[in-house]
Write a protein that binds this ligand. Structure first.
Ligand SMILES: Cc1cc2nc3c(=O)[nH]c(=O)nc-3n(C[C@H](O)[C@H](O)[C@H](O)COP(=O)(O)O)c2cc1C
Length: 369
């Protein structure tokens, strides 16, 4: 029996998100940037009736196009590509010799511990966002999701012409209004529980650390475009609650990161299932911008000097080799262990098992109302 036939058609699955994209379930696998997305994860989510997303903010335009082709070779279903918009918050692309030396001095003990030579020059340039957007338009995914701001008006207009659905992210009511006014199609209300970066763009993220239970209904009241919910959702109870609070779908990141199809290393994935995952911290020490991950030694040792570290994307590039070496040497205490606040709820090891559990549990709860 097909899964469509097995699932009674309950009205909550019929949302603006599922209708617009022809999905079976109102569930988005949140984009995982910096190399943690995978074609297999996007494909597995699509097979199970959700929307898979690939985080491509770290890729060159050429690599972005290649990624889109690989996803298309895996699935005919709609998928999202995700970019980070240029954002002034702790942005730093260039560094003078003195500040570079200061940053290296702070990071030197970690390079040494991991047996790495210190870089002699600042990292190469980070991909240009405008060029990435041009490549994305060429790749023409069903959904362009973005964070840290709003794409330029001409990009939004071309998305409409190409039938690419635009999906922004808001951490406050003001950001939700700004996205709607710019003509963005849908938005994700991102609660402070979420794993990874705080994607605020109107105010520094420290000013908008609003939990999803407070943020979601206020955003739903403030805008007319469909709102998806993200931050701390890891099971069917969270999904049902978000739909009751007015969301047209849910976006989960940490729970998909924990699935074996993600590109997370085995050590990183295992860390999400350990008790330490209950202790997350918002920190700038890995990338230069505020992000939520599991507290570990790297964070503890650098937190006190965080204001002397460079901004994004410079610090992100400077720590990249450290992070890679920590993974290769299986040293979780020196890795960036991104996680949201609901890691303690994680039970499922594959995307299909996670989506089945979400569907069944949410259906039981909502069907009984
Ligand atoms: C490791 C990791 C990387 C992420 N990278 C991105 C990204 O590049 N772009 C983006 O829009 N969201 C990114 N997110 C946010 C997720 O897509 C999602 O919105 C968020 O994780 C939801 O909260 P949860 O972690 O509590 O489920 C990332 C999250 C994690 C955990």
């Amino acid at each position: 029996m097909s899964r469509n036939a097995a699932s009674p058609k309950i009205k909550v699955w019929d949302t603006e998100l599922t209708r617009r994209l022809g999905l079976r379930l109102p569930v988005v696998q949140g984009p995982l940037g910096g190399g943690l997305s995978s074609v297999e994860l996007v494909g597995a989510v699509a097979d199970a009736g959700g929307l898979g997303s690939f985080g491509v903010h770290h890729l060159t335009p050429q690599a972005l196009l290649e990624t889109a082709s690989k996803v298309r070779a895996r699935t005919a279903a709609p998928f999202a590509l995700n970019l980070w918009m240029p954002c002034a918050y702790r942005q730093q692309r260039h560094i003078d010799a003195e500040s570079f030396a200061q940053a290296l001095a702070l990071l030197a003990p970690f390079y040494e511990e991991l047996g790495l030579a210190l870089p002699e020059a600042p990292p190469a340039a980070w991909p240009d966002e405008r060029e990435q957007m041009e490549a994305l338009l060429e790749a023409r995914p069903a959904v362009f999701s973005f964070v840290f701001g709003i794409p330029p008006a001409d990009v939004l207009r071309r998305c409409r012409q190409l039938d690419i659905l635009t999906l922004g992210a808001a951490t406050t009511v003001a950001e939700a209004r700004a996205l709607e006014e710019a003509g963005v199609d849908m938005l994700v209300a991102s609660g402070a529980e979420a794993g990874g970066h705080r994607v605020a763009f109107l105010e520094p993220p420290e000013r908008g650390l609003i939990g999803l239970f407070s943020l979601l209904p206020q955003v739903v009241d403030a805008v007319r475009i469909p709102v998806l919910a993200a931050g701390g959702i890891a099971d069917g109870r969270g999904m049902a609650a978000a739909l009751l609070l007015g969301a047209q779908g849910v976006q989960l990141g940490t729970a998909f990161l924990a699935c074996e199809e993600s590109a997370a290393s085995a050590v990183q994935r295992a860390s999400l299932f350990q008790p330490q995952a209950n202790d997350t911290v918002l920190t700038r020490v890995f990338s230069g911008r505020l992000a939520r991950g599991i507290r570990n030694q790297f964070v503890e040792r650098l937190q006190a000097v965080k204001d002397r570290l460079p901004g994004y994307p410079l610090l992100n590039s400077l720590t990249a080799e450290l992070k890679r070496a920590a993974v290769a040497q299986q040293r979780p205490e020196l890795m960036s262990l991104w996680s949201g606040q609901s890691a303690g709820l994680l039970r499922h090891r594959t995307a299909a098992a996670l989506l089945t559990a979400l569907e069944e549990q949410a259906q039981t709860l909502l069907g009984g109302l």
